[in-house]
Design a protein around this ligand. Structure first.
Ligand SMILES: NC(=O)c1ccc[n+]([C@@H]2O[C@H](COP(=O)([O-])OP(=O)(O)OC[C@H]3O[C@@H](n4cnc5c(N)ncnc54)[C@H](OP(=O)(O)O)[C@@H]3O)[C@@H](O)[C@H]2O)c1
Length: 345
């Protein structure tokens, strides 16, 4: 059986303790899956948290086996084999996208991925530059298009507030929203104000010295990447008829703690209560989880190909240095994405 090298966890814990470079069989693509020879991937906060056990109950339900667990959601690579029902790609195609919760596994030499989670890579852009984009893009697509019904074709002139414009999600969202001619306001740390302005944001507030609640009002969309104590003030920015969506919600935490049924019920109860409360003020209220979208990845990569969106990269590392990449991500000092390149790229 042909084997590949992969970063594998056989238990949950800190990456430096549980992740090992190991040999595993190369997966066989099933049905609509293609086998992708990975050229680049990148690290997201979710990779770190899943290695530590976050979302384990949900993954136990959807994945064929819980362990060995290969983390990794962002994928750029070459199609080397196709399942029997694949129609979109051929061997040799360069593709970009994300793995879903059932597949994960991008921090490896090969990964079997549904063709609906992928699109053709825009030509002329190095794999490392593309790998920084898909997961943050699909998170934002799931949140704003999927949950708040933002229609990219009629978004021009509408206003969006997003927290943490210097983060992975924020720096993508600013560029995407500006490519749709939206009005964008955001917050970030003092040292990042200038480059966040360069990304295109119309209003950039330094969260240490300025209070966004006194500066921003009546937005069509508020996108919360901080949650917790920030939620109340962020929902209040939304005008009647507009919507609030948060990435920081208790769904996974509840299911990890109370099981899928009990945790799911607790999460739905909390969500419905808040929807009713904010609905009475004419605002949509939602929680989002990153999910693949064929329409979304195709739309976003069109923008990347035409130069409207560019990757924000902190550093590129060979895939063998994943542990130091996770350490840098965990330090909170990354300014942009940590990208992992296959050594022979
Ligand atoms: N629900 C989902 O499916 C989903 C998907 C993706 C991400 N997430 C979550 O969304 C969050 C954001 O993800 P990310 O990838 O963008 O994280 P990230 O790249 O680590 O972003 C962190 C940023 O937060 C900024 N920040 C810290 N405190 C702030 C404050 N008080 N006000 C404004 N900005 C502040 C920092 O800005 P400075 O450096 O300028 O200080 C930093 O740039 C994470 O918690 C992640 O786990 C959820």
């Amino acid at each position: 059986m042909a084997t590949m090298q992969a970063w594998v966890a056989r238990d949950y814990g800190p990456p430096e303790k549980v992740l090992r470079l190991d040999k595993l069989p190369i997966p066989e693509p099933q049905g609509r899956q293609v086998l992708v020879r990975i050229l680049a991937s990148s690290l997201n906060p979710i990779d770190l948290r899943m290695v530590q056990g976050y979302g384990a109950r949900l993954r136990r339900l959807v994945a064929r086996e819980e362990f060995p667990f290969i983390p990794g959601r962002d994928v750029v690579g070459e199609v080397v084999e196709s399942g029997s029902e694949v129609t979109k790609f051929e061997t040799g195609d360069l593709v970009v996208g994300i793995t879903d919760l059932r597949e994960i596994g991008a921090h490896a030499q090969f990964s079997a991925i549904s063709e609906t989670n992928l699109t053709h890579a825009p030509p002329g852009i190095p794999p490392g530059k593309l790998a920084a984009i898909p997961y943050v893009a699909m998170t934002t697509w799931s949140a704003l298009v999927g949950r708040l019904d933002l229609d990219p074709s009629s978004a021009a002139g509408k206003s969006l507030f997003v927290h943490a414009g210097s983060g992975g999600i924020g720096s993508f969202t600013i560029q995407w929203a500006k490519s749709l001619d939206m009005k964008v306001s955001t917050t970030c740390g003092p040292s990042n104000v200038e480059w966040v302005k360069e990304l295109g944001a119309d209003v950039v507030m330094n969260y240490r010295d300025q209070d966004y609640r006194e500066i921003v009002q009546d937005v069509d969309f508020a996108y919360d990447t901080l949650g917790g104590k920030y939620e109340k003030g962020t929902v209040a920015l939304v005008k009647s008829g507009g919507g609030y969506v948060s990435l920081i919600h208790p769904t996974m935490r509840y299911t990890d703690r109370f099981g899928l049924f009990g945790g799911g019920l607790a999460a739905i109860g909390t969500l419905v209560g808040r929807k009713i409360l904010h609905g009475m003020k004419g605002r949509k209220y939602a929680w989002a989880i990153a999910q693949p979208s064929e329409a979304g990845i195709t739309h976003v990569m069109g923008k990347v190909g035409s130069g409207k969106i560019r990757a924000v990269i902190d550093r590129e590392l060979p895939m063998k240095d994943i542990i130091s990449g996770f350490e840098h991500l965990a330090s909170g000092r990354a300014k942009g994405k940590v990208v992992l390149l296959r050594e022979d790229v």
